[in-house]
Write a protein that binds this ligand. Structure first.
Ligand code: TYD
Length: 195
């Protein structure tokens, strides 16, 4: 079973993932994108470069995803573990869907098409829902992907993904205080694992 955590910057998704990592035990693999590999290093280098080419950046993120699948995700699923990933393919559809929108028609569909032949879709996705103004304020807008206007576009893309596959997503109100968010995430994961 593959469960992913998604949300815009400042949604508190990484804190929720850390909470799960600290409180859950059993045959679980906790992982994240961008990964800690050298592919992930290349991605972080690109994120930090304001002038980086947006299409090149999409392919760096996608390369990192391909390596993540072969090196971490698929082996863990073969061991019958539950995999919990902080960001996954939806981050590309939502973020790079916004970043390349000025260059490519139907960008979200284009990026989904690139992934389709090799990716392993998530079984369930916990979406931490926060408005772009709060997300930008919380994340402090330290790079080009964290500005309020850009996050607004990313959030719209996430909504389109949720509309396409409402059964895969569990939406959690991430504007609430942290303990309520953690509680809601715990409940959501319990329900997902029971199903
Ligand atoms: P992440 O490490 O989750 O950010 P944070 O610093 O909030 O923990 O991700 C780094 C940035 O990369 C974040 O702004 C989201 C963005 N991103 C994409 O644009 N596309 C992707 O496919 C992924 C995985 C992340």
């Amino acid at each position: 079973m593959l469960v992913t955590l998604e949300g815009i910057d400042g949604s508190g998704k990484t804190s929720a993932w850390n909470h799960l990592r600290e409180t859950r035990s059993g045959p679980l693999t906790f992982t994240r994108e961008p990964t800690d590999s050298w592919y992930g290093d290349a991605v972080r280098r690109s994120i930090g470069a304001d002038e980086a080419d947006s299409l090149a950046e999409l392919f760096l993120f996608t390369a990192d995803h391909a390596a993540h699948l072969s090196e971490t995700i698929r082996p863990a699923l073969e061991r019958d573990e539950v995999v919990i990933s902080d960001r996954y393919s939806d981050s590309r559809y939502a973020y790079q869907g916004a970043a390349i929108a000025d260059r490519i028609e139907r960008p979200v569909e284009y990026i989904m098409g690139i992934h389709q032949p090799f990716t392993r879709p998530p079984d369930a996705t916990i979406y931490l829902d926060v408005d772009p103004a709060t997300g930008a304020r919380r994340s402090g807008t330290t790079n080009k992907l964290e500005g309020q206007e850009f996050l607004g576009h990313v959030a719209q893309n996430y909504e389109r993904l949720i509309d396409r596959e409402p059964d895969r997503f569990v939406r959690i109100d991430a504007t609430a205080d942290q303990s309520s968010v953690f509680e809601a995430v715990d409940e959501a994961l319990d329900r997902i694992l029971d199903a």
